[in-house]
Design a protein around this ligand. Structure first.
Ligand code: FAD
Ligand code: DLZ
Ligand code: SF4
Length: 509
């Protein structure tokens, strides 16, 4: 077959009709290639629900493109001509269709970008790699911002993004006179509160076929397929977001840091899986949130807090990823080498907070930010888990996980493995923090008030042992100095009990 002018490869996290590669093409002459690939599903062993979500969203997106007039090669996982990898599939399509050019939007992950860069010489066809303009900050703009700074703090980046987008601005001033209302966002949730639920979407025939496929082909991957309620179309993802704005956004700020047993979602949006694969548009949803605030339907601390997560944190971690890759994935400031304990996969632990976070991760492929940061992440850092192993865990177990967003959050924010490039201090905390922000401790076999001994909350001795072990590395951080002083005031026999308790606990892992 001849005559295809351009071959446009659309990746599984590029499910956006206005994608730069599609915008550069012409439905009447070009051909789109999409493929369900064994290599992509297994480069880490992704959660079953994540694979099912993405395959179903890809199949629905293929239908959307066909309805827009595009001709597609959609290669299902079991198709006889499935080559198993991006490079293999593009080689096959290039040989079949002999296009004049290949057009692609840049990949989110460094790993895939490296493959793409080889294709021009590998296939002797010009390859155009276009910027991903679904993000609000281009790579060059972030590099430029970073080059003018001594410290790459998110807060200053965020202010520039507010100015650039005009979100929540009154002229050149932030609405409400302050850039950041985070200080208002530290409430612990109460079990009596009305708890909204993310919008549930019943699996249609396409999703059911995919669920059966994933069940059969990825049986040895972590995670439950049921219940499956994720949106897999743009319309349903947008409806899920609107439901969040109406029901949960008003409390989003207040309870952003809270954790409650049996309530995996609280007032969170549960939209990162939709945003990261292109079913939702970051700027549009921020505009929707600002409109809710301006209409008096959400307070400023909620609207500002939400918008900061999207135009601030989300864009900032992507900038850091592309600034520091390759190499960032191997950073290990504290030199931690311990293997990831089995309970990160089985949830079989007496620590109620970890049991809750891992159980819901297995069931939902979701945990909210504070569970990721202050429960599983905090524990791993205190216990000295190898950050690279932990990174692979986070990358595989969450429906929203792609390396560009997961790696800086894991290595930089939660493990301080980059030595403070991203975070201003290690997010280390004892059981007291978890007790303040959750109701997990009440039902835990450990006593959060005890520092040492077999009945004591393991986070406590591990926390003080972490401070003692790494004091040289953290002593010049003004935000850690107070904790070192407190440790130094403990009597020598208490310091010894801390070391013994931590050692005994770690030996039991
Ligand atoms: P909400 O709390 O409702 O926030 C709204 C949106 O803001 C999110 O959907 C997300 O798009 C954005 N956002 C909030 N915080 C961050 C952040 N720190 N970085 C980037 N975007 C943010 N997020 C991912 O999208 N993919 C990941 O693989 C991922 N891995 C993480 C690993 C660790 C160790 C930590 C501490 C955080 C990680 N995050 C990741 C960030 C955050 O936990 C999730 O974005 C959030 O929990 C998604 O749930 P939500 O949609 O209910 O978010
Ligand atoms: C995550 C993922 C999975 C599980 N499967 C596929 C797939 O079969 N086909 C595909 O095109 N993309 C998939 N993805 C998303 C890619 O891994 C993602 O596009 C790259 O990591 C680049 O960001
Ligand atoms: Fe977690 Fe410690 Fe509380 Fe148990 S007592 S839930 S281990 S913080």
């Amino acid at each position: 077959m001849t005559g295809v002018r351009n071959l446009i490869l659309v990746l599984g996290d590029q499910l956006t009709p206005t994608l730069s590669s599609l915008a550069a093409g012409d439905p009447s002459r070009d051909r789109v290639l999409m493929a369900e690939l064994h290599d992509e599903a297994t480069y880490v062993r992704h959660h079953k629900k994540k694979i099912a979500f993405l395959f179903s969203a890809m199949r629905h997106f293929a239908e959307e493109l066909r309805s827009l007039g595009w001709t597609l090669d959609y290669v299902k996982l079991v198709a006889p001509d499935n080559q198993g990898s991006f490079s293999g599939q593009v080689a096959h399509a290039a040989a079949t269709h002999r296009p004049d050019r290949i057009i692609i939007t840049e990949a989110g992950e460094w790993r895939v970008m490296e493959m793409m860069k080889d294709w021009q010489s590998q296939f002797s066809i010009p390859v155009d790699i276009l910027p991903d303009d679904r993000f609000l900050c281009a790579h060059a703009a972030f590099k430029h911002w970073a080059s003018s700074r001594k410290q790459l703090r998110m807060e200053y980046f965020y202010r520039d993004m507010r100015r650039q987008t005009g979100l929540l601005m009154d002229g050149d001033q932030p609405v409400g006179g302050k850039w950041n209302f985070d200080a208002d966002n530290r409430k612990a949730a109460d079990i009596d509160l009305f708890m909204p639920r993310p919008k549930n979407c019943a699996p249609d025939a396409i999703t059911q076929e995919v669920l059966a496929l994933v069940d059969a082909r990825f049986d040895n991957h972590f995670g439950d397929l049921a219940p499956f309620w994720f949106a897999v179309t743009r319309a349903d993802a947008e409806a899920a977001f609107t439901a969040f704005v109406q029901q949960a956004l008003p409390h989003f700020g207040d309870y952003q840091d809270a954790m409650l047993a049996g309530e995996p979602f609280l007032y969170h949006a549960v939209i990162s899986q939709y945003l990261n694969c292109g079913l939702l548009d970051p700027l549009r949803i921020c505009q929707q949130v600002e409109a809710a605030y301006r209409a008096g339907k959400a307070p400023l601390n909620a609207a500002e807090g939400f918008i900061r997560q999207i135009i601030g944190w989300r864009e900032y971690v992507r900038g850091i990823y592309w600034l520091k890759m390759p190499g960032y994935e191997h950073e290990n400031f504290f030199g931690h080498t311990r293997l990831l304990p089995d309970f990160y996969w089985t949830a079989e632990t007496d620590m109620a907070c970890i049991k809750a976070a891992v159980s819901q991760t297995k069931k939902q492929a979701y945990a909210h930010h504070i569970q990721r940061l202050m429960v599983t992440g905090n524990f791993a850092m205190l216990a000295g888990i190898d950050p690279h192993e932990l990174h692979q865990w986070y990358l595989s177990v969450y429906a929203d996980a792609y390396e560009w967003v997961e790696l800086p959050n894991t290595l930089g924010m939660s493990q301080f493995a980059d030595g403070g490039l991203l975070a201003s201090k290690p997010y280390a905390a004892s059981g007291a923090y978890i007790n303040r922000m959750s109701n997990y401790c009440g039902s835990c076999r450990y006593d959060v008030k005890q520092r040492t001994g077999r009945a004591a909350c393991p986070f406590n001795a591990l926390y003080w042992d972490f401070i003692a072990r790494h004091r040289d590395k953290i002593a010049n951080n003004p935000r850690m100095a107070q904790m070192i002083r407190t440790y130094d005031k403990f009597a020598a026999d208490e310091q010894q009990r801390i070391a013994d308790s931590a050692k005994t606990f770690l030996a039991s892992l």
